[in-house]
Design a protein around this ligand. Structure first.
Ligand code: BG6
Length: 484
């Protein structure tokens, strides 16, 4: 099968940080169909050779094991091409069209990794240039819009230009091996399903903690914030994977229908829950992994008076028969104590205690997303103390480390998702109605913040966020997983 992949934003941050390394890994693993072209598109004036050299220089920043040797890069580079385009000019799309017509590939992927403000222009122009035939697939990066209205406007334009089955809205968290393993755990094994409900589960925590700051994206991030950047998409998709009903089959729409139901069941916000169950924070100068780092307002591109949140913690519920009353805690932030993404499912304690056991230590399933990728089942067992006191139990873990089990050479999120686009598999992509529902749910939070004079609460870089976040969860007698 032949393919052309057109990468709008071909010299941008995402292209060289994530997409090119992922495409190279697919090439190295022999999974990228042979003879394809990767056409970088940008306003820069570059020849094919200069573009190849630019991409080669960027690979210097990639971790050693994923860096190509000279020979490998030379073979990969043969696929790389460049086209200079001004994305608002129809004649430039005509040039793209003739470049694509040179070989009439079976599949043409249009990957729009540009500023979101250009999405509608690109879609409209592609359609007017006739570049929306059935063999064309369009990939849209998040964030898709700034709020519900802008998201709808983008989806409306996309709908006019492409059929839904041609549209791949990417949320790279769905491509993470750990998230696929979550689907496998829940729907490939019968073990947990009977337990996976309000009668047995006391609460669920989803944490996506980053130790990085805003890096070189200060200006973009300052307009976006953690709620739009991480909660509206990644965190809610994880919540869906945890909370959804078993789909009737593994087809894209069966999965997406179930995720949509979860989003529709999220408890609507009230003035009280907005003030009690949502905490936003912003980092101040501190130290991360032993290195001093500036505060958010000192980052380049960020307004020195900025009220943008770099941290969000919130509590919600899925109001349906399976989950009614079970708190779901979501938390994400930049410049936290460590890079650590995990989901912790805490089961209810044994109904009648005949043993002495440390409080809150066991009865947990931990799904680790990163930096390690695996599962831990925390149980109580008779430990070293068994001679002294037969009634005393200690916490132990059943530990499944997927890297150790399957090797660390497993396919990364972008690699997996790019191959899915080329092969036309939509399972791990987000449908427009899911996205709109997620925006509908986060919008009251955005509105409440607009009129909240207090602004985000400060937290020192390298900690776990503002103290209000721990206070929120403590009100229910709980604590965040790192304190358990
Ligand atoms: C992106 C966000 O979607 O996800 C970034 O825009 C964030 O701000 C990144 O750093 C986190 O992804 P990962 O895979 O490194 O956890």
């Amino acid at each position: 099968m032949s393919f052309d992949l057109v990468l709008f934003g071909g010299t941008g941050d995402l292209a060289w940080r994530k997409l090119m390394p992922a495409l190279f890994q697919a090439f190295r693993h022999g999974t990228l169909p042979e003879g394809g072209r990767i056409i970088g598109v940008a306003r820069d004036d570059l020849s094919h050779e200069q573009y190849r050299a630019l991409i080669a220089s960027r690979f210097g920043g990639v971790e050693l094991a994923k860096r190509p040797s000279e020979d490998e890069f030379a073979r990969f580079a043969a696929m790389l091409h460049f086209l200079r385009m001004d994305l608002s000019r129809p004649e430039d799309y005509a040039r793209l069209s003739s470049m694509l017509n040179e070989r009439q590939a079976d599949t043409v992927v249009m990957y729009v990794a540009t500023a979101p403000s250009l999405f509608t222009t690109v879609c409209e122009q592609l359609a007017s240039a006739g570049l929306n035939q059935p063999q064309v697939r369009i990939v849209l990066e998040k964030p898709l819009g700034h709020d519900l209205a802008s998201n709808r406007a983008i989806n409306e334009t996309v709908r006019h230009s492409f059929q839904e089955k041609q549209v791949f809205r990417i949320d790279h968290y769905l491509g993470k091996p750990s998230v696929q393993n979550l689907f496998a755990l829940r729907f490939g094994n019968a073990l947990f399903e009977p337990l996976w409900r309000r009668e047995n589960i006391s609460n669920i925590q989803i944490t996506i903690a980053e130790d990085l700051g805003v890096e070189k994206r200060g200006a973009f991030y300052d307009q976006t914030g953690a709620l739009r950047d991480m909660v509206q998409n990644h965190a809610l998709q994880l919540l869906c994977a945890i909370g959804m009903e078993p789909p009737i089959n593994a087809h894209a729409d069966a999965i997406r229908d179930e995720k949509l139901k979860v989003l529709r069941s999220l408890k609507p916000w009230t003035a009280e829950t907005l003030s009690q169950h949502v905490v936003r924070g912003q980092y101040t100068a501190g130290g991360v992994n032993g290195t001093a780092v500036p505060g958010y307002r000192e980052e380049s591109g960020v307004d020195p008076q900025s009220r943008t949140e770099t941290f969000v913690a919130l509590r919600t519920e899925i109001a349906n028969w399976r989950w009614a009353g079970v708190p779901f805690y979501l938390r994400t932030g930049k410049r936290l104590a460590s890079r650590d993404a995990r989901i912790v499912v805490t089961f209810r304690p044994a109904p009648h205690a005949i043993f002495k056991a440390p409080m809150g230590a066991a009865n947990r399933l931990v799904i680790n997303l990163q930096p390690r990728d695996g599962l831990e089942l925390h149980l109580l067992a008779q430990g070293q103390d068994n001679r002294r006191n037969a009634q005393s139990l200690s916490p132990v873990q059943l530990d499944l480390d997927f890297d150790r089990r399957f090797g660390s050479e497993r396919v990364g999120a972008y690699e997996r998702l790019l191959l899915d686009v080329i092969d036309g598999r939509l399972n791990l992509f987000v449908r427009s109605d899911e996205q709109e529902e997620a925006w509908r749910w986060v919008e009251p939070i955005l509105d409440a913040w607009k009129s909240d004079a207090q602004g985000p609460r400060p937290y020192v870089a390298g900690t776990w966020g503002p103290s209000a976040s721990s206070a929120m969860i403590a009100r229910e007698g709980l604590c965040w997983s790192e304190e358990a």
